[in-house]
Design a protein around this ligand. Structure first.
Ligand code: PAF
Length: 284
């Protein structure tokens, strides 16, 4: 695996790969890699000849008071894991390389960013779409792999790529979970042992919601209330939202139509971190 830290070098290598007829995969990350990220690298490697994993803790997507400085940055470990999983290039730019001067141009995806994570973190998605748009521009035509764990982010990036005609196919990959069901996240390291022992409450809430749909409930509001109640029953968890949405528009449907697939999403604070989880449900 080659490690490159300038935009020009990454662009040159990926241009050369495409010129040689090789398919390019891009895996944007902020590092602190876990099995979820590595599953993205493996998915990319199965479909592409060259896999560029990017490691960049993007200041633009952190608000004041969030964990930008504390965000884990185990670079050497990340590089080893990325190489073992099949990445062929690691892109590790500095903040100065990515943002040589304060950006006067940012990317905003309207609508999809207004609810859920966007409501909880109002400046977050503009930071994500701005850096991902830059990475897409630097990388050029490719397949780009994102985890479904950040389902709203995936929908927002998909919409951005479509609206801006970016030459990138956005690929969503399934959530990777710990054996007890907790969705893997770089922020799980912030959980104390006690918080970790109750962190599965998010996954339990999703399954309670899914069970209601499978038992015939067709009112999304009732399903959302059930999920909220499960999280509300855990005294250490601070419910942020419980939602039932169309997977493309992220809007709550009026009714759950048989044969449609909806996405259940929950977020809750547990000690320091906010945890997110989601589940696809086919309405019977
Ligand atoms: O999901 C993440 O790790 C980040 O939001 C991303 C997509 C790498 C942009 O910084």
């Amino acid at each position: 695996m080659e490690v490159v830290s300038t935009k020009a070098e990454l662009r040159r290598r990926l241009d050369e790969a495409r010129a040689a007829g090789r398919r390019v995969g891009l895996v944007p990350t902020m590092g602190a890699l876990h099995d979820g990220h590595l599953s993205l690298v493996r998915a990319a490697r199965a479909e592409c000849d060259v896999v560029a994993l990017t490691i960049f803790v993007n200041p633009l997507q952190f608000a004041a008071g969030e964990d930008l400085d504390a965000y884990p940055r185990p670079l050497e470990r990340d590089l080893d894991l990325a190489e073992q999983a099949g990445a062929t290039i690691a892109f590790t730019p500095t903040v100065e390389e990515m943002y040589p001067r304060p950006a006067a141009t940012t990317v905003h995806v309207a609508g999809l960013t207004a609810s859920m994570e966007g409501a909880a973190r109002p400046t977050h998605f503009d930071g994500v779409t701005t850096v991902v748009a830059k990475l897409f521009t630097i990388a050029g035509p490719c397949r780009a792999y994102f985890g479904e764990k950040d389902f709203q982010q995936l929908a927002v990036v998909r919409r951005m790529a479509a609206d801006l005609d970016q030459p990138v196919t956005v690929v969503g990959c399934p959530i990777v979970r710990e054996p007890d069901g907790l969705a893997m996240s770089s922020r799980n390291v912030y959980l104390t042992a006690e918080e970790r022992s109750v962190a599965t409450v998010l996954n339990r809430a999703l399954h309670a919601g899914a069970a209601l749909v499978e038992a015939g409930e067709r009112d999304p509001g009732t399903v959302a209330e059930r999920m909220a109640a499960v999280i509300g029953d855990e005294p250490r968890a601070r419910l942020d939202y419980a939602e039932v949405v169309d997977p493309d528009t992220l809007e709550r449907p009026a009714r759950l139509e048989p044969g449609s697939t909806v996405r259940l999403l929950v977020a809750a604070g547990l000690g320091t971190p906010r945890l997110l989880d989601n589940l696809a449900v086919l309405v019977p």
